[in-house]
Design a protein around this ligand. Structure first.
Ligand SMILES: [Zn+2]
Ligand SMILES: [Zn+2]
Length: 178
């Protein structure tokens, strides 16, 4: 079993499939797939918007491990950016996890690792956005984030999402999640 400080795309893929296929989170008869793109941004061009693309950014809790000194650290502000659309009967979700750099090595950005609970919570929230934006369903209540309790200061200089300019919004007024 891989530790929750390692980036684990297959955990995301499996959880997504469970939620969509068995969990009935997107129960509209369309087929949805999850993909990864490690350089996408939150920008959606007019052209892309016309083709149905939407973006959604989540802040959540994750862990990092430095590939250099092996130090691990938790963060209450890990950014996970999704882009998604429904076309015909084919739904596509593209995910980008944003990294953080080790304070001691200040080297490259490391990808985040997540617990199973967090992966599920983030994907459930995403599914509720998709139901709202692709199927016109009422959003209902979105689960409250645990992030609010986190008090540790956020180290902007070590955060890839801060560098990309998408990290500094409050989660509950997240204009990226239409
Ligand atoms: Zn390090
Ligand atoms: Zn940041």
């Amino acid at each position: 079993m891989s530790s929750s400080s390692d980036w684990n795309p297959s955990l995301w893929l499996e959880t997504f499939e469970d939620l969509v296929n068995d969990g009935g989170e997107l129960d509209y008869g369309d087929s949805w797939t999850l993909n990864f793109n490690y350089s996408q941004t939150e920008r959606v061009s007019k052209e892309e918007r016309k083709k149905g693309w939407k973006v959604c950014n989540h802040h959540t809790i994750g862990n990092f491990r430095c590939a250099n000194c092996r130090r691990t650290w938790p963060s209450g502000r890990v950014n996970v950016l999704f882009r998604y659309r429904l076309r015909g009967h084919k739904g596509t979700v593209i995910m980008r996890p944003f990294g953080q750099a080790c304070r001691q090595c200040d080297d490259v950005f490391q990808f985040p690792g997540f617990s199973e609970e967090i992966v599920e919570a983030v994907l459930r929230k995403l599914c509720s956005k998709i139901r709202k934006n692709c199927y016109n369903e009422d959003e209902g209540e979105t689960p409250r984030d645990m992030v609010k309790k986190w008090t540790k200061p956020h180290e902007t200089a070590l955060c890839e999402a801060c560098e990309a300019g998408i990290c500094n919004q409050r989660d509950d007024e997240n204009h990226l999640c239409e």
